[in-house]
Design a protein. Structure first.
Length: 127
């Protein structure tokens, strides 16, 4: 069975049209999913912000009291821009500060965007 040039062009055009139609459908699906995910994230952030605001204004004093008791009396307020505490194991504060500064410099990232959980010295016999 031989196919003429006209039929071959017709089949090729049909194949290209199907591929483009599927790409357009896929693009629409991605746009819809992006919109849904952005709305979900925004809703979650708004809900978390409203819960935090309700907790800070004292809307639920029992929950606020138990949270303060759980945090402990020795809990210090974090500095502005800080992302939390770092636990130091046998490392002086000065050395830990130098390590954190070196890591931030090597990553080209601001120090307040990095989170260090703990710093400990690795002894020669541990290697």
């Amino acid at each position: 069975m031989e196919i003429g040039i006209g039929k071959a062009l017709e089949y090729s055009g049909l194949g290209i049209a199907i591929v483009f139609a599927l790409i357009i459908v896929l693009m629409i699906v991605v746009k819809i999913m992006t919109t849904i995910i952005r709305r979900a994230i925004t809703t979650r952030e708004n809900t978390a912000a409203s819960h935090a605001a309700a907790g800070s204004t004292g809307a639920n004093p029992a929950a606020a009291g138990s949270a303060a008791a759980d945090a402990g009396a020795d809990q210090r307020a974090l500095a502005p821009g800080s992302v939390g505490d770092v636990k130091l194991y046998d490392v002086p504060d000065r050395d830990a500060a130098m390590i954190m500064a070196i890591v931030a410099h090597q990553l080209n990232a601001p120090l307040n965007e990095l989170r260090f959980l703990s710093i400990r010295e690795v002894k020669e016999d541990e290697v």
